[in-house]
Ligand binder design. Structure first.
Ligand SMILES: O=C(O)C1=C[C@@H](OP(=O)(O)O)[C@@H](O)[C@H](O)C1
Ligand SMILES: C=C(OP(=O)(O)O)C(=O)O
Length: 414
């Protein structure tokens, strides 16, 4: 049995940083994720004049309800979409001129529904090159608030950004959402806003956020459920292999813990306890058809273990995975084909037909995407000879992944 200590959630750390920066008082974040995405977020806040004190186990943020402490800043958001979408929104509530840029891939990823909504709310926001993409400049003069419509069919992060902004506006926000993917991430946002003293109300597609600001607090960050998926999948593909992740149980905020339900449907033994989750490989791994719209960060995890299933695996409703750190449907298909597996893809689906894997060495093409590397590391448990062209890209969410996964391999495979 392996007990795996998973680092903090990227999504929760990013939200906690926003909320702490916007709150009235000093907030302590316990067990934040230390990775490229979250360190980029913290560095962005520092650029905007917020004080972020960092020790290995806790980060402390001096909140500024009035917004950034500097009249001008240049912020590099690296490869993190939470940083690239949440920070310009936070800056809009302040007073000053703030320019944001990001990595080449993040520059390609979409932003337009959010920047349109901000403009509809009166924010002066200019895209420097392509409309709806970084780099962009916000000339901030506070936000009055009011009604706004939003299409979050490509990314829930647009809605999260507006929800987080709501309490910083003068009159609050009433957001009408026309479409929504990755819905459980919005639940994380609402639960965390509650922890910082704000109650969002929802009537169908309308989200109402009151004005009045946030209250500082001490906030403990859950382990990252998407990261845990690689370790749970490792147990599922290893007959008799057992992995327990403490800190992720029945009350977990993250929808991605639902990946264990997919493993259960495939034949793994899954126990979700009050404060921990255990997956045990039974030797059985059935194929299935599954809709992953709510938990699409775990699509590559499932695609990477699909070759070991006893029947086809079809993953549906994941169009938005084409606009992540890479086009994940194409990246999974390409790498599975390199392994000799038969795969078909469509605009929003992938279907994998298990069969014997190619003999010999296979280099996995990472496309700079942490999830492609971490997912195919799981395939590597049963397919010796797998290597990666860019193993270091795991730094986005889990710099210590290879060491941790190596320890797990010793524990459950030998
Ligand atoms: O809000 C968040 O923290 C996230 C939302 C999801 O993105 P989309 O809503 O763009 O699918 C997820 O894929 C991403 O890793 C983190
Ligand atoms: C899509 C991801 O990240 P983000 O959108 O936050 O850059 C991810 O971590 O899989």
């Amino acid at each position: 049995m392996a007990l795996v200590d998973i680092p903090g959630s990227k999504s929760i750390t990013a939200r906690a940083l926003f909320l702490a920066a916007a709150a009235d008082g000093v907030t302590t974040l316990q067990r934040p994720l230390r990775s490229d995405d979250t360190e980029g977020f913290a560095e962005g806040l520092t650029r905007l004049g917020y004080r972020v004190g960092r020790t290995p186990d806790a980060w402390q943020v001096d909140g500024r309800p009035q917004g950034p402490a500097v009249p001008q800043a240049d912020v590099y958001c690296r490869d993190g979409a939470t940083t690239a979408r949440f920070l310009p929104t936070l800056a809009a509530a302040g007073h000053g001129t703030y320019r944001f840029d990001a990595s080449p891939q993040m520059r390609r990823r979409p932003l337009l529904p959010l920047t349109r909504a901000l403009r509809d709310l009166g924010v002066d926001l200019r895209h420097e090159e392509a409309e709806g993409h970084h780099p962009l400049t916000v000339t901030a003069a506070g936000v009055e608030g009011g009604e706004v419509a939003l299409d979050a069919g490509q990314s829930s992060q647009y809605l999260t950004a507006l929800l987080l902004l709501g309490p910083l506006t003068r009159t609050g926000l009433r957001i009408t959402v026309t479409d929504l993917v990755s819905a459980p991430y919005v639940e994380i946002t609402i639960a965390m806003m509650r922890a910082f003293g704000v109650e969002v109300t929802r009537q169908g597609d309308v989200f109402v956020v009151p004005p009045g600001g946030y209250r500082a607090t001490t906030y403990a960050i859950e382990p990252d459920a998407s990261t845990a998926s690689y370790f749970f999948a490792a147990a599922a593909v290893t007959p008799g292999g057992e992995v327990t992740v403490p800190g992720l149980g029945e009350g977990a905020l993250q929808g991605d813990l639902g990946f264990v339900d997919v493993l259960r449907r495939m034949g793994a033994q899954v126990t979700v306890g009050a404060d921990r989750t255990t997956v045990k490989g039974t030797g059985e791994l059935r194929g299935l058809t599954v809709n992953m719209r709510d938990i699409s960060d775990t699509m590559p995890t499932l695609a990477a273990i699909a070759p070991f299933a006893s029947g086809p695996v079809r993953i549906e409703d994941v169009a938005n995975t084409r606009v992540k750190e890479c086009d994940r449907l194409d990246a999974c298909a390409e790498n599975l084909r390199r392994l000799g597996v038969e795969v078909a893809t469509g605009p929003d689906w992938i279907e994998i037909h298990p069969g014997p894997l190619a003999q010999g060495d296979t280099e996995i093409k990472s496309y700079g995407d942490h999830r492609i590397v971490m997912s195919f590391a799981v395939t590597g448990l049963r397919a010796p000879g797998i290597s990666f062209d860019d193993p270091g890209c795991v730094r986005k969410t889990f710099p210590g992944f290879h060491e941790a996964f190596g320890r797990l391999r010793k524990d459950i495979v030998g």
